[in-house]
Design a protein around this ligand. Sequence first.
Ligand SMILES: O=C(O)CCC(=O)C(=O)O
Ligand SMILES: [Fe+2]
Length: 443
Amino acid sequence: MLAPSFRKARVRIMGAIPTAAVITCIVAIARIARATTCAHQGVTIFKRGAEKSNGNGLTHLKQEAQKLFNPFYSPPSIDDNDGDYEFAKYKPSFPAVKWAPLEEQKVTERGVFADPEKKALLSATTKVQHLTPAIGTELSGIDLRQLTPQQKDELALLVAERGVVFVRDQDISIRELLEFHRYYGPLHKHATTGVPREPGLEEVHVVYNDASRRPDPSAFSKIELWHSDVSYEIQPPSTTSLKVIAGPAYGGDTLWSSGYALYSSFSPQFQKYLETLYAVHSAVAQADGARVAGHTVRREPVETIHPVVRVHPATGWKSVYVNPGFVRRIVGVPKAESDALLNLLFHQLSENPDFQVRFHWEPNSIAIWDNRVTTHSATFDFFPHTRHALRATPHGERPISVEEYEREGKVAKDRQLEIWKQAGISLPDTANLGKNAPRGYND
Ligand SMILES: O=C(O)CCC(=O)C(=O)O
Ligand SMILES: [Fe+2]
């Protein structure tokens, strides 16, 4: 049920613009609660309070809406507290430039060239610590700047297998990190989020919060913060890095969830059903958020259909590829079915701790994740402290469905079953699943 003011807005909009645009607008309104204009359509939204307060209320509400921000959709542009901040040149800026739509690009998957045992990479480390069975490995003793091409290939495979790999104390500069990732594919330029003020770093995505930017929980839900980066692109990113350059002593952790583990958790019947589905990934809400925040949308938003289960080209493992941040619906099934499916998948990926790893950053920590087989979400528990991070991300291949992968005679695999098989553990009797299964406990 829409609040009375929004009902009025909806009626007003309906007469003027097509229904799809109205839905987009209403979604944006719901996401950016109390915003007074839907900038995308240039439509004024009247609010009960504003109507009572004779026009001036609108100005007030506009100011209120500008203060309010969803850290995911509405990158802030406030330029304060610079002082002698060491990393001021990497604070976010929002250039008023326009870029052409992306076109399909050739990418070479480096993980397929790797030694499956990763001897060159692992022999250079002092410690390899797996953080959970499903996802996350911390490597000690390596310097990303020193890796050979062979070690980089092995790192790509390790990241593909473990979902995310963490390294600390990395002195690598952001320009060096961009070059490091260019090895894995053409770099992605984000259409709306901040880029560093320093010129020539348009391929960097800046994450920045400080005492002047208090994320307002009325602007977002924790579940919608879970996402896979720019999954709406035709070729969403692959091996991606985030480097924290300044952060709180505690708080500001990031969580990753494994799409492989989500896939493995389901019954064979449901897995098969998911493998037949495609979903719509949309950049529209993010672009609307940027416009409401007063920023230029540098590339027009796109909506792209991707398989709900994709196969990683290096591991051959199947991964559920949906995320609450950008996926709007499953194609070609009744809306109620789409809503129920997405609700299940979104809640499982964001709430099931068995699929997840949580990382506490220190300055110069770097997380390298495979954006094709994981989702992630930052915590926003550290206000008023400063947290500043820089991301470099290459385009991956166009997501490969199971049917497409197997067309060439290969067989896509369930990661969990493969791991058990390698450990000599007999496969579960899928026909009798649940009959003699160990029971959970909750004491
Ligand atoms: O701030 C974080 O920890 C994650 C931000 C994020 O989602 C990203 O940079 O892709
Ligand atoms: Fe992200």
